[in-house]
Design a protein around this ligand. Structure first.
Ligand code: SF4
Ligand code: SF4
Length: 645
């Protein structure tokens, strides 16, 4: 009987400590602004099943460590019933009817758990070796003593569980083993809240609560006098919860282009600095002082950090939220001053006058969109209106569309979509630009929008939805890939393709551009970090305008990765990636060629049916002498012939 009362007392003390520690954190979460959302429940449940139940993200990012972690996780889930029964036995006493440990079904259940216990032992051994011996950079510079202790606790739990089968109930050895088992669990309980192992309890919640759309940063409501995040107490509930959930795995750090190029910004550090400030009660501290100096302006908003985080942490609402706080106090980074000025005065990032856009509209014979005559509205964006290289790509798109007899027009007046303002925290300016554009779009009655700029795709397709704008917005790579699905030309050249973050990662379109390239005769050699997890070009988040990057330029790093493929041509699908990478190429004095995806497709289409006759004169099949429709029909014929049709 004494043993039971000792256990009850210990149970109360340990559980009490656990509850007190958790209460401190819960108070911080619930005093914060409620920004929890469960919209799109289907998508959230699907993610929960994939990322929590099947541990897909943990395994995909780091297969060996991920499988080891998954074994521990699945084992723990299976183990929960055994632990609960052991505690019940201790609290109620071995003779109590509540003690089920002597029943036949409990024995059967325990036997079923044995393979899981062995799997947990194998998994935790791997993780301990990785942490103590291999010590990858992402886990930090020193070995965490607490993690090692918890690792040994987990191993000891499995050993005591397995020993349970060898010992006879009622013997001293059995009781010693039982005490060891339950005491380890109680010790575990008090260690958890103050350690990264709190993710065991919180990560299923954060994964479910994470926005289904990457990089969701809700608009500010100026009527409620919202200005962004200035101090620690402004962090909303989900961001506070995130701060307590970080498992310090370093996946965000490993994937961050700013960190990889020697900048001070480390997304993991941002989250841990939030946690430290919250627990230290520094609620009045300015976020820009909590974080390392200048880091808020080093983020390209590429989204790699939150996309790779296995526990549902969202970094961008923190970073952009804190940028908003700075902008609202007139403390925006210096390099943004001229950009904001250009956007305010001229409605575009470069400050050009709109007669230049008009000239392009005239030379490309573009009609003003009319919903009665045109199916698609082409959104040009700042680059489409003013960047000569990108205009070449758009002309290719127009040729393709005209050849397919697709009707399209453009807005007479178009402002920057506001992406640079939104991602740099100038929410007021973003909403001003959005309001003007939405007025134009609604008046025009556009229902289907085509754009070649992934940033316009994200802003018009997602951010404008918050204003009730529901038009379908498609990137030209996706649209043309579908339009040309019947054409396949023989492979003639090797290229590498750079996935724009806002297309490959944000919009999930990594396959369509490759498919298009392959069908138009390119053999694609992927660089490191491609597809859905590309390495950024360095332009996003307003950094297109930052000339004094700390450390190595992100664009330089990406250019070297593309060069390392050995492909002589780099294909891009974003005007800003092209600007950044061409800049890096010029600095490196390299001969690599750059071509936009649309220009590549259009060029291959025309050259496929216009073999060079060697005398330099335009042949009967020369694209310069053909209408686009003729070129397309001939290409389709050629493609059919190649397929033996
Ligand atoms: S969004 Fe990209 S650049 Fe910014 S912190 Fe995350 S990984 Fe780094
Ligand atoms: S924020 Fe996510 S990815 Fe980064 S260290 Fe924490 S748990 Fe890992």
């Amino acid at each position: 009987m004494l043993e039971i009362w000792i256990f009850r007392l210990l149970f109360l003390v340990f559980v009490g400590i656990f509850v007190a520690q958790m209460a401190a954190r819960l108070r911080l979460i619930f005093r914060a602004k409620n920004n929890f959302s469960i919209d799109h429940p289907g998508a959230r449940i699907a993610r929960f099943i994939s990322e929590v139940v099947f541990q897909s993200k943990v395994i995909a990012g780091r297969p060996v460590a991920g499988v080891a972690h998954a074994l521990v996780f699945w084992g723990f889930v299976m183990f929960a019933g055994f632990t609960a029964a052991m505690f019940l036995r201790g609290l109620a006493g071995p003779q109590s009817a509540l003690n089920v440990t002597g029943t036949r079904w409990f024995h059967a259940y325990s036997l079923a758990v044995v393979p899981f216990a062995i799997a947990v032992l194998a998994g935790i051994t791997c993780l301990l070796i990785r942490r103590v011996v291999l010590r990858p950079e992402g886990l930090g510079t020193h070995v965490s003593g607490e993690s090692v202790v918890i690792g040994f606790f987990i191993a000891a739990l499995m050993v005591t569980f397995l020993l349970d089968f060898r010992l006879v109930d009622g013997t001293t050895a059995y009781r010693v083993n039982w005490w060891a088992h339950v005491l380890i669990i109680l010790a575990f309980l008090v260690l958890i809240p103050d350690s990264k192992h709190l993710h065991l309890a919180l990560s299923p919640i954060t994964v479910f609560l994470k926005s289904p759309l990457l990089g969701t940063v809700p608009n500010l409501d100026f009527e409620k006098e919202e200005v962004g995040l200035e101090t620690v107490k402004d962090l909303p509930g989900k961001q506070v919860l995130d701060a307590f959930t970080c498992v310090e795995c370093g996946r965000c750090q490993d994937n961050c282009p700013a960190y990889a190029t020697g900048k001070l910004l480390n997304p993991k550090t941002i989250i841990l600095q939030n946690e430290d400030a919250l627990l230290a009660g520094k609620l009045g501290a300015k976020l820009s002082e909590v974080y390392d100096r200048g880091v808020l302006w080093q983020c390209t908003t590429c989204g790699a950090c939150e996309n790779e985080c296995p526990v549902g942490i969202e970094h961008l609402p923190d970073i952009i939220g804190a940028r908003r706080g700075l902008v609202s106090n007139g403390e925006a980074a210096e390099f943004l001053g001229p950009v904001y000025n250009n956007l305010e005065r001229r409605g575009n990032i470069w400050g050009f006058t709109y007669d230049q856009r008009q000239k392009f509209l005239g030379s490309a014979a573009l009609e003003t969109f009319n919903a009665a005559r045109h199916e698609y509205l082409i959104w040009l964006g700042c680059a489409g209106a003013f960047d000569a290289d990108f205009q070449k790509s758009l002309r290719s798109l127009f040729d393709i569309l005209r050849a397919k007899r697709i009707s399209f027009g453009v807005l007479e007046k178009e402002r920057c979509n506001g992406d640079p303002a939104k991602r740099t925290g100038n929410e007021y300016l973003f909403q001003e630009l959005a309001r003007e554009n939405l007025e134009e779009l609604r008046t025009a009655g556009a229902k289907k929008i085509l754009t070649s700029c992934p940033h316009c795709l994200k802003t018009l397709g997602h951010d404008y939805r918050a204003f009730g704008f529901e038009a379908q917005v498609v990137h030209s790579a996706v649209f043309v890939a579908d339009l040309m699905k019947d054409i396949r030309l023989s492979p003639t050249e090797v290229v590498t393709y750079h996935d724009p973050c806002y297309l490959g990662r944000y919009a999930g379109h990594a396959e369509e551009p490759r498919d298009l390239l392959a069908r138009f005769g390119a053999t694609v050699r992927d660089p490191v970090r491609s597809g859905h997890n590309p390495f950024c070009c360095g332009a996003g988040g307003g950094l297109l305008f930052e000339e004094h990057e700390e450390g190595k330029r992100i664009s330089q790093q990406r250019f070297e990765q593309l060069q390392a493929t050995g492909a002589p041509t780099v294909v891009t699908a974003c005007p800003f990636c092209a600007i950044m990478l061409k800049g890096a190429q010029a600095s490196a004095n390299a001969t690599t060629e750059f071509v936009d995806l649309m220009t590549f497709v259009d060029g291959r289409l025309k050259s496929a049916i216009t073999p060079d006759d060697g005398d330099g004169r335009a042949s009967r099949d020369d694209p310069r002498t053909q209408t686009p429709g003729e070129a397309m029909r001939r290409a389709e014929g050629a493609a059919g012939a190649e397929r033996g049709l």
